[in-house]
Design a protein. Sequence first.
Length: 449
Amino acid sequence: MKSRLLTAALAGCALAAVGTGPVHAVSDQLWLDVPSTTVLPSDGTPERTLTVLVTHDNTQTEVAAGRLTVDAGEIASFARVSWPTNCVPESADKAVCDFPGMPAGTDGVAAARLGLSALADADLGASGSVRYTAAAGELTSFPAETMVTLGDGPDLGLSQAEFQRDLRPGTNTRVSATVGNNGNRTVERTLLWLNASYGLGLRERHSNCEYAEHATGTSAVCVLDEAVAPGELYGLTTELRVGRKALYERFDHSVLPYSDQALEEAHGDRTWTRGTGAELDLRPAPARRAAGEDDLDLSDNGRIVILDARNTADLKLTGSRVRGAVGDTVTARITVHNRGPAWVASLGAGAPVAVVRFRAPEGTTVVETPEDCWSLPPSEEGPSVTTYFCWTPIYLHDKASYAMEVRLRIDEVVRGARTTVETLDDEAELPISGFDPNLRNNRAQIVVN
C-alpha cells in the first residue's frame, strides 16, 4: 500500500473520480468530482467528511442551480450518514441536495459535504459504494461513486497548501501545511517525502533528511520522530528558494507512517546524501480536528502545490540545409533551443514544451520521423499535402536544445526547394506566448539543394 504514494506522487494526489459521457448540445458537460475511495475507522470516530464537487467544461456559459442525488444504501449495514442542511433525505440512506448555479467564469461548486462514521459492531473490512448523480437545467452528469471501507489503524492526512503565483526569481517563499491523524491508532514516526522542481531550491538540508538531485529537481526523504495521536494536528513548513531559472514550478510533499519497507521504497535506486542542518520537526498546531502500520486512507497523504514565477524563456527554432540526388534519402534536422533565462516544464499536465509543424519540401517525401510525431493527410478542406507535427519533451532546461531528425527521400531535384518549420501556439496546457517574449524566432526553414 505504501509504495503507491512514495513511488508515484502524482497517483497519490489523484482524488477525482469522474466518468465520461456525451457532450450536451450546448457545448457543456457536468462532472462530479469526488474521492474515489475513503476508509472509516472501525470504532466510529472520528467522522469522515466526503466533499462532492460539481464542475463543468465550458466556463464561458452559465449553469443553473441544480440537484445532487446521493445514494448510500450500499453502506447502510456498516456506516451512518450525516446529511448537511442543503440535503433533503428521502430515506436514511438517500437524499437530494440543492446546489447553487455557476455564473460564467465559474468552473465548479461544492454540492454537498457528507459526514460518514462506522456503526457499532460493524464487520472490519466491510465495504460498499456511495453513488452520485447531478442535474442542472438541461445538463446531466455521468454517475460517480466513492468506495467506502472500514479499517483499523492510523490515518495520516496532509492539508492542501495554497498555490502561489507571480513569484519573483531570486526571492524566498514557504509552503505551510498541517499533518493530522484521522485514524484510531497513534503514528509513532512519520516518513515525509518532498520534491521541489528544478526552478526551486530547498533552503535547508536537515540532518534527519536525505537528499537526491535529479533532472527535474531535488527530492528529500525525512524521518520525523514526533508521535501523532488520533485527532492531533501538527504544522509542517518547508522553506523554498525561487531560483533565477524558475517559471512553472511545483512542490510535492507526502506523509506515511514510518516503516523500514516504506523507507526502502522511497529511496528507490537514487543516490542520497544526508543533510547536516538542524532536524526538521513537526510542531503542534493550535487547533485539533475530529478525527497496524498501514495507513487507512492514502487519498489525502500527498499534495501538489503549484508555484509560478514571473519569468520568461526565449525559444528559438533552427532548420537545416540538405543536398542530394534523385533517389537519395537525406536527414534534415529541426532544433528547438531554449535561450532562457528560465527553464520550461509542464510537470502537471505533461504537455510538450513545443509542438513543431512542417511539410515536406517540394520534390521530396518524408519517409521517417521521430517517435513523438504524427501526421494529418491532405484533405479538401485543409492543406493539399501531408502536414507533420512533432513534440518536444515536457521540459527543456535553460540553454538546452532538443533536435529532431526527419528523413527525406528526394524524388525530384527542385533547386532551392524549401519548407517552413514553426512552433504552434495553441497548446492549451502550455501556450508558448505565455512565456516566450520573442515569437519572431520560432520559425525556420528546411532547404533542399
